[in-house]
Design a protein around this ligand. Structure first.
Ligand code: SAM
Length: 239
């Protein structure tokens, strides 16, 4: 058995996810790449075996408990960092069209290496600010689903993500215990951006006993053209 394999299989099963041999193989290669690159590039604070498997892989895969990711769905992961939750989702459903977005060049360079090594097809790693892409043709209102974890408070994150989502598509925010409070503070932002909360799922990350809040927002109206505002403004003056 390869390092981390048993833990990965066990914890996935605990959350009701059955991983195939090929998926396990790819996740373990990804884990090794993350550890190696992290020594030079400081991509993530979590690098221990259990942390990567549970806090990165399983936590990312919890997304599939809240939202469907059908084959050929167009998904954007905003502020993906070292690839979470986007890369585990792509390994879960290899037919997704995935765009990984991050403002950090070194993280995009790492992600390109992951894409090459894992031979992932239909994945683009884009070095950009979400606010800029949200006003760009080819990105604005192009995606069935936008996902994001650990990027910004919900009222700011909504301005990064909802402009990228097509009408009737969804925005999934992976949040910790603070999710409920952020949701209250984001009511105005969601309404202004054309979003409507569809469901909120609470769960516990196994073995870590950490609370998670998965917030699913449906885009019910087109986002007004003035959003997203210029890069930096959503964080400085949240809606
Ligand atoms: N989503 C990953 C995770 O859960 O491990 C990374 C989280 S990391 C704390 C936040 C990432 O969001 C950083 O890599 C940062 O560069 C990126 N980020 C923050 N604001 C952004 C923006 N406006 N546009 C694009 N990327 C952004």
């Amino acid at each position: 058995m390869r390092t981390g394999e048993e833990l990965l299989l066990q914890v996935a099963e605990e959350v009701g996810i059955k991983l195939a041999e090929e998926q396990v193989k790819k996740l373990l290669i990804y884990k090794d790449l993350l550890k190696t690159w992290n020594k030079k590039f400081n991509l993530t604070a979590i690098t221990d075996e259990q942390g990567v498997v549970i806090k990165h892989f399983i936590d990312s895969l919890l997304s599939i408990k809240a939202v469907d990711f059908p084959p050929r769905a167009k998904v954007v992961d905003v502020g993906t960092g070292a690839g979470f939750p986007g890369i585990p989702l792509k390994i879960w459903e290899p037919r997704l069209f995935l765009v990984l977005v991050d403002a950090s060049k070194k993280r995009i360079t790492f992600l390109q290496a992951v894409i090459n090594q894992l031979e992932l097809e239909e994945v683009k790693a884009v070095h950009a600010r979400a606010e800029d892409l949200g006003q760009e043709r080819g990105f604005r209102e192009e995606f069935d689903t936008a996902v994001a974890r650990a990027v910004a408070p919900l009222n700011v994150l909504a301005e990064y993500c909802l402009p990228l989502v097509r009408l009737n598509g969804v925005f999934l925010a992976l949040k910790g215990p603070e999710g409920e409070i952020e949701l209250k503070q984001a009511e105005t932002a969601l309404e202004e951006l054309g979003g409507k909360v569809e469901k909120v799922e609470r769960c516990i990350l196994p073995r870590m006993r950490e609370k998670r809040t998965l917030i699913v927002v449906r885009k019910v109206l087109k986002t007004p053209e003035k959003f997203p505002r210029r890069a930096g403004i959503p964080a400085k003056r949240p809606l």
